[in-house]
Ligand binder design. Structure first.
Ligand code: PLP
Length: 378
């Protein structure tokens, strides 16, 4: 199989598995216990926290471990608007992941004022619209650092400069490990992370909460994570996250080169062979690992058939949007960029990793040509 869906999840690295195994097999203590077995787990967790915090330019006390990006995003929105009572309004971009869009929709039914921010046709936030908005110190702005469907990198530093009094959250699930992610440079108050996008294990991530914020969790139970996330921590998952994060950041330059050359080759092959193809990824301002394409004659193509045929030919790709009971929904991201429903359905997102080879790219491109020409002649 040619795996080109690395924005959905990545293959876990063997070195990560090796680092996790002792915490699954032998060192099974509960980090909250006072005896030696528990203390060992506590030391491992705090060491991981220190290292991951340093990788993002944060203080260890500013990082809590969560089950991943979805939980981190939900926690920020719900805690800020409810338990912590820090905001009465949320501004969010129309291209956010569903782990922002769905809780925002729910909170809007509970009397929270919510406003969607538009993007331009290149998938990058419309800063001119943002400049016209009135914000207060009870406004929470939630804009992702990079989009999971197009790879478009969003101007978070500019938002910080414009919304100097407001709280800012960024979903850094896709950007972390692909481009520099530094809490000081971005100037955000909250940021979400996930390990399985960087060759780490699934079910673990983190939430950055800037020091000084009076943050109360909506999850109640034990006093773990300094009362900010109740629940027994998983040393194995946390150590796996630590090793994956270390390697992603230390090897970023090398990985970027591999991913960029794979994406550039794929783009060249596709635009040469399919002259009407539309590239939805803003190449000058995007992650090195994502290429999203669609077809102007999409009305005559069936979006689902493209992905299914790719699968039959052994190529795993997606259009990045949700599949609801087997039927492909038009991508809300491409729709927000102004694509037609048909175009937003017949898009293909290829996402590569450090392990993607040139042979795989050439094979995937030729499979796509074959499929598109077969569907056009149908
Ligand atoms: N945010 C973005 C941008 C994502 O791409 C994803 C996963 O695809 C998530 C959040 C959810 O993260 P997790 O799978 O760790 O819950």
């Amino acid at each position: 199989m040619i795996y080109l869906d690395n924005s959905a999840t990545t293959r876990i690295d063997e070195s990560v598995v090796e680092a996790m195994l002792p915490w699954l097999r032998d060192n099974y203590g509960n980090a909250s216990s006072i005896y030696q077995l528990g203390r060992q787990a506590r030391v491992a967790i705090e060491y991981a926290r220190e290292e991951i915090a340093a990788l993002i330019g944060a203080h260890p006390a500013e990082l809590i471990f969560t089950s991943g990006g979805t939980e981190s995003n939900n926690t920020v929105l719900k805690s800020c608007s409810q338990e912590s009572n820090l905001c009465n309004e949320v501004l969010y971009s129309a291209i956010e992941h569903h782990a922002i869009l769905h809780p925002v929709a729910e909170l809007s039914h509970q009397h929270l004022k919510t406003t969607a921010l538009s993007v331009k046709s290149d998938g990058i936030l419309n800063i001119e619209q943002f400049e016209t908005l009135t914000m207060t110190n009870r406004t929470l702005v939630s804009v992702m650092h990079a989009n999971n469907e197009t790879g478009a990198i969003q101007p978070i530093e500019k938002l910080r400069a414009l919304a100097s009094d407001s709280l800012i959250h960024t979903d850094a699930v896709q950007s972390f490990g692909k481009i520099p992610v530094n809490m000081h440079a971005l100037g955000v108050d909250f940021a979400s992370f996930s390990a399985h996008k960087i060759h780490g294990p699934k079910g673990i991530g983190a939430l950055f909460i800037r020091k000084g914020i009076d943050f109360k969790s909506h999850q109640q139970g034990g006093g773990q994570e300094r009362n900010r996330r109740a629940g027994t921590e998983s040393p194995a998952l946390i150590v796996g996250f630590q090793v994956a994060a270390r390697q992603a950041v230390n090897e970023m330059a090398k990985r970027t080169e591999i991913m960029k050359s794979a994406i550039n080759l794929l783009r060249e092959l596709l635009i040469t062979a399919i002259d009407t193809i539309r590239v939805n990824t803003p190449l000058e301002q995007s992650l090195p690992n994502i290429l999203n394409v669609s077809f102007p004659d999409a009305e005559s193509l069936d979006g689902e058939s493209i992905l299914q045929s790719l699968d039959i030919q052994g190529v795993a790709a997606s259009n990045g949007s949700a599949c609801v009971s087997g039927s492909l929904q038009p991508s809300h991201v491409l729709s927000a960029m102004g694509c037609s429903i048909a175009e937003a359905k017949a898009a293909v997102r290829f996402s590569v990793s450090k392990d993607t080879t040139e042979r795989e790219i050439r094979q995937a491109a030729s499979s796509l040509f074959e499929i598109i020409s077969a569907l056009r002649n149908h």
